[in-house]
Structure formats: structure tokens, C-alpha cells
Design a binder for this molecule. Structure first.
Ligand SMILES: Cc1cc2nc3c(=O)[nH]c(=O)nc-3n(C[C@H](O)[C@H](O)[C@H](O)COP(=O)(O)OP(=O)(O)OC[C@H]3O[C@@H](n4cnc5c(N)ncnc54)[C@H](O)[C@@H]3O)c2cc1C
Length: 470
């Protein structure tokens, strides 16, 4: 850490903030505070920014730790992409279009599509649903009725969080097949849990916002470059331009306040003084750092569970997948993405399989995963049958997201703590969203907003505004 970082802050009361954690929540909070004229230091324990959404180099390839997508309705993350100058590198589809391949049909492999028309909600999905081959006619009609019932749910009703989505779907006539081929196809990828393990409140939020709000809400966007290009390099550039002092490899060990309300942030080899501190770290780390009395029931943070995501990476000697991505049914494979261009691979094709809610597989040895997934890919992608596998590896994120279990809503704290000048951010805080990049950015904006209020500083006009975007 540089000596400059340790030098005492000049007497400019109300002007110094420290943000702890350089994931999307922390980067957002730091940018928002700096844009409002606050002098910000961002401290990140790892050697890079980006938190859970990052890249690394492996045998000449740039690999993402896990495939990330966002939707057009992720207005805060889109604001973030704009703010760091990365929107063009992670564009959205013109229109939602998801190829869904079922390999378990008696008549053989079958392709269906989930796509939208240019019609108003809910007709925008009507034709796609009416022709979706993975459900019977009766199941499709019942899906329509459940969607109408879902649309009628009041997201502000806290009772929704106590129920599980799976039971609600069953009560609304959804067969096990409809859950597998439609609700879980979308829900597992966005919630990181099967319907039976997910809070109805969070599931309803995802489906209402993504599929039943605006016709384009579920159009999918993803980075055409490595995640690190966005969340580390471009984020760092934006922070530098905004005047944020960013220190990586700097792990905060404690946070405390004095009688005058001035904060001290302890790092190895020194202390930083601040008027406001944003803890943008995962819930367990937040619990460890929170001073006594900052939350009424801090042990609640420890009751927020976590859920894993596994990514299986396969490099073939030739092109085996013709579309940018697809979703799969009748196989353990969930979603497959073509990462060839983004990774810098020059010959052949590099596929990443994104396996959410991967509790059963997260600790399996690579050899067992290889034995399972290569034949499954051959079933799914006929072109893979004659192709040579040049590389196979996996990335495991054991605490990829908070577990969206029923009841999790009342465990998630808001941005404000009881300690004046101390704020919380992170995808796991009370944003109303599941653990996503959108939730992280929203939490960072909320924490910055709260801190700016306390510091008596005006909110920057260009900062993401929830009301305007809603
Ligand atoms: C494999 C995978 C796939 C995913 N797919 C998607 C997807 O498709 N779409 C989507 O929207 N979201 C997805 N997510 C979720 C998304 O990545 C996260 O919700 C989001 O990045 C969380 O950001 P955050 O800033 O809240 O937390 P984090 O990213 O966890 O950032 C917290 C940071 O704090 C740092 N830190 C911790 N303790 C300290 C300390 N004491 N001092 C200093 N620094 C500290 C950590 O090193 C970390 O960088 C996925 C996640 C994973 C892992």
C-alpha cells in the first residue's frame, strides 16, 4: 500500500469516504460518491476489481469465472455499463430469442424457441408460447393462466417472500414438465435455485419484471469481451477519471468510529480516516466488519445462505455450436455459450456451460464432470460428435449468489445502518432483486445516495434513478 494512502486526510469535514470492496456494488458506490464531489478511496482485497464477475488467463485464453448475462430490464447495470464506457462491449439482443433444445424426446433432438414479437405485453410472448414444442397444448394454456396470476401478485406484499415458488406453480396448475421446460429454464438461471427452493417474492419479481412489464424487458445482453475488460479495466479507468483512489490487494481488517463520528478503517500497516464508509463486501465479511450496534440483529446476515454456480469449459477443434448460446432440456446441461471470440481463441470453438444451482456437482472432480458432460454435449450438439476436445476445465464458485430461499427477504438489510456514516452495499442487501449484477449496482447507488444525504452533498444528476427507470 502506498504511503500516500496512509497520510492523514486534510481537514475537509464531510468530504472523505472509504468504500470497502471492489465488486460491482463497491465500484458503483465509489463512482457515485466521487461524481458528487466526495473524496473517495476504494479498497479491494484481491489484486483486481470486479468481485464475483471476473476473468483470468489460462493457456493463452482469457476465461470468465462464469458466464454472465443481463436483461434489458436491468436498467441499473445498463447505467453502469454506460458510466464506465462499456455498453457497446456488452450489447443486448434486438429481440429476445432463446433456442431451447430438448434431447430427451422419443422422436429425437427437438429445437424450440422462446422469442418475442413486437406486440404489447403479454401478447409479445403469445405466439412463441403457442408454438413452444416442449409443452403440450394443455400445458401451454395453463402457463398463460399462471402468467396472468403472477402478474396480479403484489410484489410489495411481504407474505410472498415466505412462500416457495414451486408450490405456487403447482397450485396454479403447472405440471412438472412445465416447471422444467419453462419456469425453471428461466428461473434457475436468474435465481440460482429451482422453483421449489425459491422465494415466491423473488421469483415473481423476476418473471413480472422480465417477462410481463415491457415487451423488450427480457432481451438478453452479454459481454462480447472478457468480464475483466468491463469490470476491472474499464471500471478502473472510470474510477481514475472520477478521481477515486483505488487500492487493490488491500484487505480491510476492521472499521470503527470515534466520539466525533469520524470513521477509522484499518488495513494492514495503517488506518484511513473517513466521514462515511460503505461496506460493499459479501454478507459474512460485512458481519465480521460491522461494529457493535450497527445493526439490530447482525446475526441475520449469517442466516443468508449461499448457492453455487459451476461453469464447464470445453475447447473443440472446430465449430460445434452455430448460435451464440442455447438452453437445453432432457440433459444435465443447462445453458451453453460460445466464448470463442471473447476468449481470444483463434481456431476451433470454446464453449462455456453455465450450471446454476449446482449443489450436487460443485465439488465433483474434473474427471467425473468430463465423463458426464462431453457425452451430453454430443447428444446436444451433433457437430461435437466428430470433434476433438482440445481442452476441458471447470470453474467453481461455491458462494456465487445468496440463496433465494423463502424467507430470505427479511434477512436482507437496507443500505443504512444504525451507525451514522456507515452503509451497506452488495447484491445480497435489500434491493428486491435476486443476486445479480443489477442488484449489486442498485445497492451501490442506494448506499451512495444514503451517504450523500448524511454528508449533505447533492446527488449527481446523471446518477441512476430508480423512479425514472421504473
Ligand atoms: C459464476 C457466476 C455466474 C453469475 N452469473 C450471473 C449472471 O448471469 N447475471 C447476473 O446478473 N449476475 C450473475 N452472477 C452474480 C453476480 O456476479 C453478483 O451478484 C455480483 O457480481 C455481486 O457483486 P457485489 O459487488 O455485490 O459483490 P462481490 O462481487 O462479492 O464483491 C465484493 C468484493 O469485496 C471484496 N472484499 C471482501 N472482503 C473484503 C475486505 N475485508 N477488504 C477489502 N475487500 C474485500 C471481495 O474481494 C470482492 O471483490 C453470477 C455470479 C457468479 C459467481
Amino acid at each position: 500500500m502506498s504511503d500516500e494512502l496512509l497520510s492523514p486526510a486534510p481537514e475537509t469535514s464531510g468530504r472523505d469516504a472509504v468504500v470497502v470492496g471492489g465488486g460491482l456494488a463497491g465500484v458503483t458506490a465509489a463512482l457515485a460518491l466521487a461524481d458528487a464531489g466526495v473524496r473517495v478511496t476504494l479498497l479491494e482485497g484481491r489484486p483486481r476489481l470486479g468481485g464475483l464477475a471476473f476473468s483470468f488467463r489460462r493457456d493463452g485464453l482469457t476465461v470468465d469465472n462464469g458466464q454472465h448475462v443481463y436483461l434489458r430490464c436491468c436498467t441499473a447495470y445498463r447505467w453502469f455499463l454506460d458510466r464506465i464506457g462499456g455498453a457497446a462491449l456488452a450489447p443486448l439482443q434486438d429481440r429476445l430469442d432463446v433456442p431451447v433444445v430438448d434431447v430427451a424426446r422419443p422422436e429425437g433432438r427437438r429445437l424450440g424457441r422462446l422469442r418475442r414479437d413486437a406486440l404489447p405485453v403479454p401478447l409479445h410472448l403469445g405466439r412463441s408460447l403457442a408454438t413452444y414444442p416442449h409443452l403440450s397444448l394443455a400445458e401451454r394454456a395453463k402457463v398463460g393462466r399462471a402468467a396472468v396470476a403472477l402478474k396480479g401478485l403484489d410484489l410489495a406484499d411481504p407474505a410472498l417472500d415466505a412462500q416457495d415458488f414451486g408450490s405456487w406453480l403447482t397450485a396454479h396448475g403447472q405440471s412438472a414438465r412445465a416447471v422444467e421446460a419453462l419456469w425453471d429454464l428461466v428461473g434457475v438461471a436468474t435465481l440460482n435455485a429451482v422453483a421449489g427452493d425459491a422465494s415466491l417474492g423473488l421469483a415473481a419479481m423476476v418473471f413480472k419484471t422480465g417477462l410481463l412489464s415491457d415487451p423488450g424487458a427480457a432481451d438478453i445482453g452479454w459481454a462480447r469481451v472478457p468480464l475483466g475488460e468491463l469490470h476491472d479495466r474499464l471500471a478502473r479507468k472510470a474510477l481514475d477519471s472520477a478521481g477515486v483512489r483505488t487500492e487493490v490487494r488491500t484487505r480491510v481488517t476492521s472499521v470503527s468510529t470515534d466520539d466525533n463520528g469520524r470513521w477509522s478503517v484499518q488495513v494492514p500497516g495503517g488506518t484511513l480516516a473517513a466521514d462515511a464508509v460503505v461496506l460493499a463486501v459479501p454478507q459474512r465479511e460485512a458481519y465480521d466488519l460491522l461494529p457493535d450496534g450497527a445493526l439490530d440483529a447482525p446475526e441475520r446476515l449469517l442466516r443468508i445462505g449461499t448457492a453455487p454456480i459451476l461453469n464447464v469449459h470445453v475447447v473443440y477443434d472446430r465449430k460445434v455450436l452455430a448460435t451464440p448460446f442455447l438452453a437445453a432440456l432432457g440433459t444435465p446441461v443447462q445453458w451453453v455459450f460460445d466464448r470463442t471470440d471473447a476468449s481470444g481463441l483463434r481456431e476451433g470453438q470454446y464453449l462455456a456451460l453455465s450450471q446454476s444451482a449446482a449443489q450436487d456437482e460443485i465439488d465433483e472432480p474434473v474427471a467425473a464432470l468430463r465423463e458426464r458432460y462431453l457425452p451430453e454435449l454430443e447428444r446436444l450438439l451433433p457437430g461435437a460428435r466428430g470433434a476433438r476436445v482440445k481442452d476441458f476445465f471447470v470453474t467453481r464458485e461455491r458462494t456465487a449468489t445468496f440463496a433465494p430461499t423463502p424467507g430470505v427477504g427479511r434477512l436482507r438489510p437496507g443500505a443504512r445502518t444504525k451507525a451514522p456514516g456507515l452503509y451497506l452495499a452488495g447484491a445480497w442487501t435489500a434491493t428486491g432483486w435476486p443476486a445479480t449484477m443489477e442488484s449489486a449496482v442498485r445497492s451501490g447507488v442506494s448506499a451512495a445516495d444514503a451517504a450523500l444525504g448524511t454528508l449533505g452533498r447533492p446527488r449527481p444528476r446523471h446518477l441512476f434513478a430508480f423512479e425514472e427507470a421504473a
